[in-house]
Design a protein around this ligand. Sequence first.
Ligand SMILES: [Zn+2]
Length: 186
Amino acid sequence: MALLFTKRNMYIDTRHSTKIVKNLTYLGYKLFSFMLYFCIVSPLLISCQTKSTPTPMNHNYFENLSLEEKRVIVNKGTEAPFTGEYDNFFEAGIFVCRACGSHLYDSSDKFDAGCGWPAFDKVKEGAIKKTSDFDLGYERTEITCAKCDGHLGHVFVGENLTPENTRHCVNSISIRFIPKEQVIGK
Ligand SMILES: [Zn+2]
């Protein structure tokens, strides 16, 4: 009987010890998770947030634009056809984004599409972004500056206007011309 009693106590002690070990293991696990988060995950998240590109429209690229420029570039408006300063303009040079100055088009790629807006059949590689746009009730491809996300216009393919078979229809007010002489050395 005494032996059984002792064995029972030992059994209870063993169970108690196991429970303590389990609790300690659980606490260790929680502590490890806590340390893992604050030492590795948290700094990683902070660094990702810091390195990520800020929302383009928060850039100060747009601060100095006129109201009409903002209407087109920021609010994705369209200038009236045949009114833009570069519609009927064919001097040698380059065209940059009016907001951020990024080089977008070369004058050698500009052609007279007769549509009322500047037209280009080539674009500087990586200079623009394309997005589907349903503003008129059907799908069009909006083009924006890849650097600042400012609205440029739309791109149309398959019109057979030039061998490139592409027309970048760009608002004059979204771009700025830099004469060839001023481009040299840039
Ligand atoms: Zn830009």
